[in-house]
Design a binder for this molecule. Structure first.
Ligand SMILES: NC(=O)c1ccc[n+]([C@@H]2O[C@H](COP(=O)([O-])OP(=O)(O)OC[C@H]3O[C@@H](n4cnc5c(N)ncnc54)[C@H](O)[C@@H]3O)[C@@H](O)[C@H]2O)c1
Length: 311
């Protein structure tokens, strides 16, 4: 019987991942934790306040609930991280190291930790970016994610810690607000569309980025964790892709359903971050090694986002 702890469970990904895990394993088996109180959807289920920088509290919860899997989702995202680089570095790297350390001392614990397409940088080939390639991130978020990828591989190779990871692209969802990433525009525009308001986009109209609907991200995450350890050859982080589009293309796809939508472009500091990231990702290794396959294309994503927000 798995006993699962989710950090950052109140966030955009953590909240939906927690609900999906509870659906699969039963509510009592999935302990949601965060530094802040949960939204209504996570109430009345096991929830514990946990600052991931507090290693002794983490250890107490591991012991209290006999934890066998940790999904470590707490982090500061790309755009927010630039406001406070040292805090972002501390939270993103020390938070992961605390999780890796408790797993090193308890070999029953399997870890999932998400990396990001932000590990790539201006010198990385932007189209169909390979699994192994030059990486020179120039955001504190990307630097912290790349360092963490190296730590994951180190703990696996040196201590046998079973840690697994994917490089998420921008995640689209409608149930919670996005957490301050560079791809948040792709969620904001849907909110404007259903309220019949014009949208001012903070990226340029032709800025192509890899994206994914949240159900694909959550399902892929759970599938990766269910693979036999021998199948997982990449212990840094797997490229994982679904769709790639520009703000202009997303606007036209939404406008087919919401004809009143209008858009203007006012690129800000986030455009520079986005311009250093890949346009599309080659995720052949993940598809071959553990059968990753996305289900939501752009059209399906637009449909489910609009329907969900209206509901
Ligand atoms: N959302 C995306 O588009 C995206 C893309 C690539 C990678 N990721 C990665 O996925 C993970 C989850 O992202 P998300 O979008 O859900 O982020 P989010 O910002 O929505 O949620 C992060 C959560 O971490 C919590 N948190 C912050 N400081 C904490 C601390 N000290 N201790 C414990 N919890 C703390 C926050 O309260 C928040 O609920 C992160 O590692 C992120 O880097 C996300």
């Amino acid at each position: 019987m798995e006993s699962i702890l989710v950090t950052g469970a109140c966030g955009q990904l953590g909240s939906e991942l927690t609900l999906a895990l509870r659906e699969k394993y039963g509510s009592k088996q999935v302990i949601a934790t965060d530094i802040r109180q949960p939204a209504h959807c996570l109430h009345n289920e096991p929830f514990e306040l946990l600052d991931i920088l507090d290693k002794s509290q983490l250890q107490k919860l591991i012991d209290k609930y006999h934890i066998t899997r940790i999904f470590h989702m707490a982090a500061i995202l790309s755009a927010k991280a630039e406001d406070n680089p040292l805090l972002a570095w501390e939270l993103n790297t020390t938070g992961l190291l605390n999780v890796l350390e408790v797993a090193r001392n308890n070999n029953k614990i399997k870890i999932f930790w998400p990396s990001s397409i932000a590990v790539f940088g201006p010198s990385t080939p932007r189209s169909n970016t390979p699994q192994n390639v030059i990486m020179d991130p120039d955001t504190v978020y990307g630097i912290s994610k790349l360092a963490c990828e190296r730590w994951c591989e180190y703990y696996n190779h040196h201590y046998g810690v079973d840690v697994r990871s994917v490089r998420y692209p921008g995640i689209l969802s409608y149930k919670t607000d996005p957490g301050g990433g560079t791809t948040d525009y792709a969620i904001e525009i849907f909110h404007k569309a259903i309220h019949n308001e014009p949208y001012e986009c903070f990226l340029a109209d032709n800025c192509r980025l890899p994206m994914m609907y949240i159900d694909d991200a959550v399902r892929g995450t759970m599938e990766l964790m269910d693979q036999p350890a021998g199948q997982i050859n990449v212990r840094s982080s797997y490229n994982m892709a679904a769709i790639s589009f520009t703000p202009g293309e997303l606007y036209h796809a939404i406008k087919e359903k919401v004809s009143s939508l209008s858009i203007s472009y006012q690129p800000d500091f986030r455009q520079k971050i986005a311009a250093s990231w890949p346009e599309s990702i080659d995720d052949t290794t993940a598809r071959k090694e553990w059968g990753w396959a996305h289900r939501y294309g752009l059209e399906e994503t637009v449909e489910v986002m609009l329907e969900g927000l209206k509901a």
